[in-house]
Design a protein around this ligand. Structure first.
Ligand SMILES: [Zn+2]
Length: 476
């Protein structure tokens, strides 16, 4: 029986994002990826690796007597797992110390309730406070989703905090460096610079996100297969975990994958990327890593996927294996080709998710009849969801699904609006619609911050009537 798997596409969140941009608190951060320690409560039973994080805060501008820091959001899955089980702390060991100028560090008192860290600033005129702690990745891949064995660890700030910020939600980093062992692949949401000492630092001048997020993948679980599609390079990292061995306590990577599976994956990725390159030849995306694993809930209701934009050129996409068999992988790849800058455009969920999902289905279903059926099924799915049907995409402040009740705005973002876009594109001419998207992208690229009204203007300039445009706007 085919199970209906709900894809947790990468734009969805489980918490309310806080974005306070106060100025002042400066810090540096050093992150070392080390082998997990079996004596920790989580330890090596769940994780092959943990982080050792050092955050150094320069407190000279502070005029208060206490440094208040916080971990601002917790993973939905972590919260579930931690309910009633205090041993499941993500932070197994913490130490706080301070110093004045170049004097040696000495231990400093602090209180930490699992979210808020309060450090009285020592009376001896300390200038720096250092926090050292161990940190395990979110639990979702390993306990709620898969018992163990998956080699992908996420430190994704949108999912849960892995470093401390000021209690106003802000910290300004002057340097962020990573020490990564050769046994893992490293994917971060920004350009990285290889340092002479073997560490990697984040190019903070180029970094365009509020938060620093990264993933590491344990190489022993993945079989690398480079694919070349024209000028585009793609590294497939195919899972070597035997899906029939999910219940096995100590899984062992497969020695080799079946040739037919490798050929199938290569063929699929070639087809998708050729189509996307044909649609968006101006895109700078030219290097991809696509990592597959079992990233779905035990009840098979939810599957995880995410695109990480390392630069305009380079992207990493992590997917559950089921993503190969529906438009979900294509969705993540469209994100890479249409790499919208979230902060600069209005109608955020229209551009950054609904339009992406429209193109994902357009590409995934090249046959026009199958495509029509797919979009019709989306509308039907939306109509059958509980809740208010009259909410516009422009009135949504949050893109989410409650994985327990099924409530949320996902029906509007991923089902209703993509289907309406398809109807509209067919009405005005699909090629005309796609050309308007390309023109809009070009203006974004040129930095003149076009908005949704500009998108409408581009369409009307191409011959779409005012009436058709307004009818479309009302329909979404
Ligand atoms: Zn998405």
């Amino acid at each position: 029986m085919k199970k209906a798997i709900f894809s947790l596409l990468c734009g969805m969140s489980f918490g309310i994002a806080a974005a306070v941009h106060a100025q002042g608190l400066h810090a540096t951060m050093f992150v070392k990826v080390v082998d997990a320690e079996p004596q920790d409560s989580l330890g090596a039973f769940f994780y092959p690796y943990k982080l050792k994080v050092i955050q150094d805060f320069d407190i000279r501008p502070l005029s208060c007597d206490t440094l208040s820091l916080k971990l601002e959001n917790f993973s939905f899955f972590q919260t579930l797992r931690a309910e009633g089980d205090p041993d499941f702390a993500l932070i197994p060991d913490m130490n706080v110390c301070s110093r004045n100028g170049q004097a040696p560090y000495h231990d400093t008192d602090y209180t930490f309730d699992g979210a808020n860290l309060s450090i009285p600033v020592p009376a001896d005129a300390a200038t720096h406070i250092r926090i050292e702690y161990g940190y395990y990745s979110d639990l979702c891949f390993r306990t709620h989703i898969v018992p163990m064995g998956c080699g992908l660890l996420q430190y994704d700030f949108g999912w849960n905090s892995w470093y401390f910020k000021g209690d106003d939600g802000h910290v300004e980093f002057d340097k962020v460096a990573f020490d990564i062992p050769d046994t893992v692949c490293f994917f971060i949401n920004g350009e990285s610079i290889a340092e002479a000492d073997g560490t990697v630092s984040l190019d903070l001048a180029q970094h365009r996100y509020d938060d620093i997020s990264f993933h590491i993948a344990d190489k022993k679980w993945y079989d690398p297969h480079p694919v070349r599609i024209g000028d585009i390079r793609c590294d497939l990292l195919l899972s070597k975990r035997d899906t029939s061995e999910v219940e096995n306590e100590i899984p062992v990577p497969l020695a080799q994958l079946p040739d037919s599976l490798i050929a199938d994956r290569k063929e699929r990725i070639g087809r998708i990327i050729r189509s996307l390159h044909g649609l968006f030849p101006e895109s700078k995306a030219e290097e991809f890593t696509i990592l597959e694993d079992d990233l779905r809930t035990e009840d098979e209701k939810y599957a995880y996927g995410r695109a990480v934009h390392m630069s305009d050129r380079e992207h990493a996409v992590f997917i559950d294996r089921s993503y190969w068999l529906d438009p979900s992988l294509t969705h993540e790849l469209v994100h890479c080709f249409l790499n919208y800058n979230y902060d600069r455009i209005d109608a955020r969920y229209f551009f950054d998710e609904s339009l992406i999902e429209y193109f994902a289905n357009y590409v995934y279903y090249p046959d026009p009849n199958e495509r029509d059926e797919a979009f019709a099924a989306k509308l039907e799915y939306f109509e059958n969801l509980p809740g208010d049907k009259d909410i516009s995409i422009f009135d949504i402040s949050r893109n989410y699904v409650d994985t327990r009740s099924g409530d949320g705005t996902h029906g509007i973002v991923y089902h209703k609006v993509p289907a309406r876009i398809h109807e509209f594109a067919q009405k005005i001419g699909t090629e005309r619609f796609h050309e308007a998207v390309r023109k809009f992208n070009l203006r974004l690229e040129q930095g003149d911050a076009p908005d949704f009204e500009d998108f409408g203007r581009i369409l009307r300039d191409s011959g779409v009537s005012e009436e058709d445009w307004l009818q479309f706007v009302r329909s979404i």
